[in-house]
Design a protein around this ligand. Sequence first.
Ligand code: SF4
Ligand code: SF4
Length: 390
Amino acid sequence: MALSFCCYASLNPQLHGKLSHGNSKNLQKVKEVLKTSGVLSIATSPHESLQNGNWVKLICGASFEDVVDVRNLSLVYTLAGVDCVDCAAYASVVSAVNEGIEAAREILHFRRPWVMISVNDDEDLHFRKAEFDPHDCPLNCSRPCENVCPADAILLDGTPDALKRGVLTERCYGCGRCFPVCPYDKISGQTVLFDKLWNGLGDSVTNLRLVAVSSPNSGDSTISSMNTMYSIMEANLRCFNLWQLDGRPMSGDIGRGATRESIAFAVQLAGAEDKPRGFLQLAGGTNAQTVDGLRKVGLFKTTNMMSITFTHSQHLKGRSLPLTSPHLSHALIGGVAYGGYARKIVGRVLSSMQSEHGHAHIEDHPEHLLNAVVQALALVGGVKSYRISL
Ligand code: SF4
Ligand code: SF4
């Protein structure tokens, strides 16, 4: 899971390279493709894109530190009109993103995407802990949680008045198996590190534009985990928040079918009445098939719960859904984040350029930039509705 936030990133003016006159002339074909695509017609802010359901974020990777690739990826996807570039929380990487964005805006001037910094906690094996209050448990519960725990991390003593003890946090390693077996939905995943991450931001939260929380599909406990995290953030939340639905983490580049879990997760969350406030955005398994998948289930740029067809979701088959939602003022799904797939399609061009020219600025090689921009426009344009013609 990761906590990401868009902030008012400062720019290092020394990093801004000016385009040479020669390069500017050679980039004419790139400019023509961009102009005919309609990318320049984007006048909405990233926040408005979220409301309209056509937000697109490039994920460079929370641990991806190749600053040359990060710069070139940021340049290419800025030209393609993304709303946000998400990167690792290293000063060198953030500078590379900003440099790529500014280089793109020297080629054609249009609105600046937000920069999102991602703090990844995947290395912390103790990130998640089960939590429940045994005093809330019915005395006659058969205690399936105790039986299912592979770590003997749940111990309950019955007294005439209440159950006592509960989760032995030092033994719990967060496998999540106890979450769905509780017949009373008492168990949630306590986000120890999330709490620390959020509180560690201190007063800097006032400078944030958007906070994104990566949410894996943890079955029946997904919503309770989201609500727990939201309750941690709520008092200090001064900006918009977004739930990044990690349908099938880091798999978008694997194949066409990788996005199915991402779509199914989106349907599940769009129909959940008890989810916390915030935009919903797909990630994890997203690729060129994602928009079609969203369209098929009626979730692409829609604010209307009635228009969602549930035949594609085993999870929701036969269930009735709420006809009202706290989010009806904006699209049910705010947009899509592309990570591995976005890097793969442009990465091929970057690799080809590097094999010929070494580590180079892509705008210095317009033929490669054109190839990369066409790839990026095709992906981003699926959400933004561009017309690509060469
Ligand atoms: S999350 Fe896993 S290890 Fe922790 S209490 Fe539940 S079943 Fe046991
Ligand atoms: S299954 Fe649920 S209600 Fe029963 S003892 Fe465990 S946490 Fe409590």
